[in-house]
Write a protein that binds this ligand. Sequence first.
Ligand SMILES: [Zn+2]
Length: 240
Amino acid sequence: MKFHNSVRLQDNVYGYIWQGMGNNCNTTVITGVLKGDKQHIIVDPGHITNEAGEDCIGSLEQAMAQDNIKMQEIGLIINTHSHPDHCQSNELIINRGGAQVTLSEEEDKFRNTVGERMYTMFGMKPPHFTPLFFLKEGELDLGKDGFKVQVILTPGHSPGSVCLYLPDTKILITGDVIFYMSVGRTDFPGGDTLMLKKSIDKLAVLDVEYLVPGHNTEPNGIIRGKDRIKRNFEAVQMFF
Ligand SMILES: [Zn+2]
C-alpha cells in the first residue's frame, strides 16, 4: 500500500508527503550529492509502522522506487529531531545499506535521556544508532560539486530541533517547527513555546520558494511560492 505522494521539488530533491490515516512525517530525499557509492541523503525517514498499523517504511520505499531511488543507496540520514514519527526507521535503513546518521548534539542528548521514554510511552523500541557527527548552526559542506546545506538550530518543539535550508534551490525543510497554517506542539517533554516562537521568527526572514513541513501541508503538495510562504509565516506568527 502506498501512502506517500511524491513531489519533485527540483531535479534531485523529492518530497514524500504522507497521506495515510495514522501519524507519520513527510520525508525529503536529496539524490546524488554525496561522495562515494551511497550518494543520497534522506531527511526524516519516519515511522516503520504507525499506530494505525500502516506500513510507513514500506510505503516510502515503494514511492522512492518509483523515482528510481533505492534505500541501499542512502549514505546519510538527517533527523530534524528525534521523535519516533521522524526517526523510528533509522536503524532499519542503516541495516539495509550502512547509512550514517546525523542530528544536533542537543537532540542526541535528549533522545538518550528523556526522548527514549517517548518510545516506551508509545509502546515502541527506540532505534539504535550512533551519529557520525553532530549538526551545528551554519553551512554544512556535504560532498561533491559544492553541494551545501544550511543548518538552522530551531529549538521549541524539541530541545535540539533543526531546520535545513538549501540556498541554491530555496528549499526549507522545517521538521515540526512550522506547518501549513500551524506550528509544532510544545506539550511534549522538552517543548518550549517561547523558544518555538523565536525559532519561527528566525526562519521567517529566509528567502524560501518551497517549504516542506514535517506534517500538515497544503493538500497534495508542499507550500510553494515566496508569497504564499510569507503569508503562512505571518499567519502562524499571530498564534503567539
Ligand atoms: Zn515531533
